[in-house]
Design a protein around this ligand. Sequence first.
Ligand code: PRP
Ligand code: URA
Length: 209
Amino acid sequence: MGKVTILDHPVIKHKISILRDKNTGSNEFRSIIKEITILLAYEASKDFTLEEYDIETPICKTTGYRLSGKKLGIIPILRAGLGMVDGLIEVFPAARVGHIGMYRDEKTMKPIEYYLKIPKDSNKRDMLVIDPMLATGGSACDAIQRLKEKGCTSLKLLNIIAAPEGIKKVQEEHPDVDIYIAQLDEKLNDDCYIVPGLGDAGDRLFGTK
Ligand code: PRP
Ligand code: URA
């Protein structure tokens, strides 16, 4: 079963509370999503491999380290996943970015795919799937499945807020995928929104409501 890592930090709790607040505007919301994403990016890359190389500081010669593992692919689930792209690119500027478009049907709550474009060599890359919200898990599971169909074998999922239901679904359907989240919330409500959550992440990011 994939492991779940939760960022446990007082500053994260502080920032998530600002995200939750319905009076927080889109600009501040976007900026906090980016900040938290940067921390998630560091956490999700703890197992990345390094190689040594020689460097010279102004003081002496020493050993430097550089990332030496597979190249990286970042896959935001549209639309809200776009809010996390800048944070990841800041940490991994050489990463390639693919996009998968999914929206939840308002009646069935099942994800509907409307776009898919990923780097050609995605099957050789470590792929980070990003979406602020993991609710029922339907969108994440379908996105991961599509990437597997395209040959991807190394996948991680990064979310800002997750519900237990979504984590369970990903663990059951994709036991090879580790999940990194900033906050585990209580449950889903009858409309499949995360409680207490932060509402519709896409609308909050882009001011569409
Ligand atoms: C939201 C969110 C996830 C999905 C999570 O997207 O960004 O993609 O819901 O829900 P799930 O785990 O139950 O699938 P939404 O469908 O609202 O589309 P949007 O990003 O275009 O607003
Ligand atoms: N998608 C969102 O944006 N928010 C939720 O709470 C659930 C799904």
